[in-house]
Design a protein around this ligand. Sequence first.
Ligand SMILES: [Zn+2]
Length: 179
Amino acid sequence: MIVKYNYFFLNGIGFVYIVAFGQVEKRLLLAVASSIKRNFSVDVRHSSVVTLPPVKYSLHREECPVSLFLDYMEGLHFPNMLRIVGLVDVCLRDEERTIWGKGVTGGRSVVVSVPLLKTYDEKVFFERVCKESVRQLGMSFGLPPCEKKNCVMYVPSSLQELDQQGTDLCPLCKERWVN
Ligand SMILES: [Zn+2]
């Protein structure tokens, strides 16, 4: 059976949980929480306590396989938790590719790397993490990539493109989400 996730399906029945792995500022967690809430109209909770990292975490300080976090988060269960978004303070790789984040359609866990998106301008930095988190979460909810460059569901191919795109769903994606 294919379950279609949208606003009416999710509203009031559960929440998105945001957790930090390592040294991630609480203000950044709050910014991502508010961005997710604004775009998807779902309840969001966050953990300001630094989550204990997976056992092998310390062995891969430079670049961690993304599966390490996704597998770990798949094992975390809370009643009514719809999705779990992990913000991590290490660079991530998926097989041999360096990635900013990963969310799988229909999957429960989303992971975003904070250091790769860092820049001296804090506003730009926070927006990058918010955009990447919202897009990966959107994909996990089944929203397809968007062709509009200013939409948060557009798949950017560079940090420059990421900086040019907006922080919110375009009207078409919003409609896809609500219906
Ligand atoms: Zn769109």
